[in-house]
Design a protein around this ligand. Sequence first.
Ligand SMILES: O=C(O)CCC(=O)C(=O)O
Ligand SMILES: [Fe+2]
Length: 240
Amino acid sequence: MRPRFSLLWSPVRFKALLGSSPLPGSRPGAPGLALSAGRSRSAGRSRLVVGSGPAVLELVSGQVEVREEFISEEEERELLGELEPVLKRKRYQFDHWDNAIHGYRETERSHWSERNSETLQRVRDVAFPPGIPQLGLVHVLDVDKGGYIKPHVDSVKFCGSTIAGLSLLSPSVMRLVSEQNQSDWVDLMLLRRSLYILRGAARYLFTHQVLKEGDSYFGGVEVPRGRRISVICRSLPSAA
Ligand SMILES: O=C(O)CCC(=O)C(=O)O
Ligand SMILES: [Fe+2]
């Protein structure tokens, strides 16, 4: 039996699937505007978020966060040590017509080693305000070097207002595109061992995607893609 709240395999996992075509009216990978230091929580983080203009950056300010070096090399090794044996037993999946993710394998995990539990607790502590209900299962997604995640909005049935993900092994670019106006976009530079957090409008009103090799540019500079594992914590939808 799959867990009741499993995000995996669910046909309603994705609310929207828009394809991965370039953005109309803007050039993907173009430098864009950086989230200004005044609006981000620290000047050090602002260079990891760029967007198509000040209005879109204003809209997502406080709802998009990227924290560089959130985990240490040692913590990354520890997570990989627990995850690799599980992931290696699975095959990468390619080319299913309805898949929002191409070239991936995934798992969910509720029990972790003590050290990894501590790392994940740090993620939860910064991502979720006290008392907010959280999905106990942590989602682990292993996307191959040639793999990518197409634009989608996480299902509101299974995921609440906050998504927080650690990036292991490879840098990548996450692109948010406004569902209302597709020329409004925000790119997040997801460095290896960084944490990103999407909240509120950034989570509900924008699709998110992880760019494929060849399209993977941040601020006009190519971000070489390798195999990437993300470890994702989510809040629960509030009860209806
Ligand atoms: O890999 C990530 O960080 C994001 C994955 C994602 O968007 C999803 O599983 O819904
Ligand atoms: Fe997602």
